[in-house]
Design a protein around this ligand. Structure first.
Ligand code: ADP
Ligand code: F6P
Length: 324
């Protein structure tokens, strides 16, 4: 164990994700078990710059593993994108005796962590985002809860859509990544899945399919649309005019980011939080924890940020075959 690390900080940053609390709990409890002190930094980098720093003990993370959101709050912070902001942040860490920080968030937050590492504060990233869009890891905290929340909501919409023999467009989160749409599209048996990475904008093709399906006796038509494709309301109006079939749009929105985390999110978050503390104790810095090939591993943050992720081609092709 590195004798350099005596006190660690933990913060959550960017969009919240169910399971972040389980990760915070794991960081606090495994660090204390190793004889370290832990400080919670509220509101991400914004809170760091305002010195919103509190001591944490094992009891301060009691009764949170089952709760969505993040007890440390989260924020976005423009000032931290500047060199001055980053230097101020590193200085505040030193002032509070923080030798290392665990940053729970997405790619943007890891960029910030990398800057702190360059200024001598040991940093470890933990992937927390419902979007599953971090290239170095097969799992991100919050994804499993979000897809289950969305899937249950879509099932409900399907009931009413079928009763009215309507077409329904359901917009799920994912500004630049279509994983939530792909998984829900398959799990909810959608007729169309529109993904930011793949959608070619050919609305006429969808209209033709709806008309064809109606002729073949299908009573409803579900379209799962990712936030990154968007325009669900206007798309619904155009489809209704072109097909003569009543069409409704529902935007699921931020409900997908809330709720009690699933077992999977609690478990992965607990392991990832614990691994982050272990890495700090080993003297590591500028690393991100990842789940890869069935194991909890870690990557250099710069290498992780340079990695590219695309939808698995096989999964995408299968999603199109299931809608006959
Ligand atoms: P996420 O971590 O979910 O991807 P954001 O992209 O909103 O979320 O990033 C969260 C925060 O991380 C930003 O508000 C900013 O404070 C910090 N951040 C993002 N990019 C950088 C960067 N290039 N340099 C320093 N800090 C950054
Ligand atoms: O958390 C991921 C995400 O849902 C993205 O898909 C989306 O672009 C973003 O959050 C929106 O976040 P907010 O509404 O908090 O700005």
């Amino acid at each position: 164990m590195s004798d350099k690390i005596k006190t660690i900080g933990v913060l959550t940053s960017g969009g919240d994700a169910p399971g972040m609390n389980a990760a915070i709990r794991a960081v606090v409890r495994t660090a204390i078990a190793r004889g370290l002190k832990v400080k919670g930094i509220k509101r991400g980098y914004a809170g760091l710059l305002k010195e919103e720093i509190v001591d944490m003990d094992t009891r301060s993370v009691s009764d949170i593993i089952q709760r969505g959101g993040t007890i440390l709050y989260t924020a976005r912070c423009e000032e931290f994108r500047t060199a001055e902001g980053q230097e101020k942040g590193a200085e505040i860490c030193r002032k509070h005796g923080i030798d290392g920080i665990v940053v729970i968030g997405g790619d943007g937050s890891f960029n910030g962590a990398c800057k702190l590492a360059n200024l001598g504060i040991n940093t470890i990233g933990v992937p927390g985002t419902i979007d599953l869009d971090i290239a170095c890891t097969d799992y991100t905290i919050g994804f499993d809860t979000a897809i289950n929340t969305a899937m249950e909501a879509i099932d409900k919409i399907r009931d009413t859509s079928t009763s009215h023999e309507r077409c329904s467009i359901i917009e799920v989160m994912g500004r630049s990544a279509g994983y939530i749409a792909l998984w829900c599209g398959v799990a909810n048996g959608a007729e169309n899945i529109l993904l930011p990475e793949r959608y070619n904008g050919d609305e006429q093709e969808i209209i033709n399919q709806i008309i064809e399906n109606r002729k073949r006796g299908k009573t409803h038509h579900l379209i799962i649309n990712a936030e990154g494709v968007g325009h669900s309301g206007s798309m619904a109006k155009r489809i209704e005019v072109a097909t003569g079939i009543e069409t409704r749009a529902t935007i699921l929105g931020h409900m997908q980011r809330g709720g009690s985390p699933t077992c999977m999110d609690r478990y992965y978050a607990s392991m990832m939080g614990a691994r982050a503390v272990e890495l700090l104790c080993e003297g590591a810095s500028n690393r991100v924890v990842a789940y890869k090939g069935g194991d909890f591993v870690d990557y250099d943050i710069n290498e992780a940020l340079a990695m590219k992720k695309d939808l698995p081609p096989f999964q995408y092709e299968v999603s199109k075959l299931l809608v006959r």
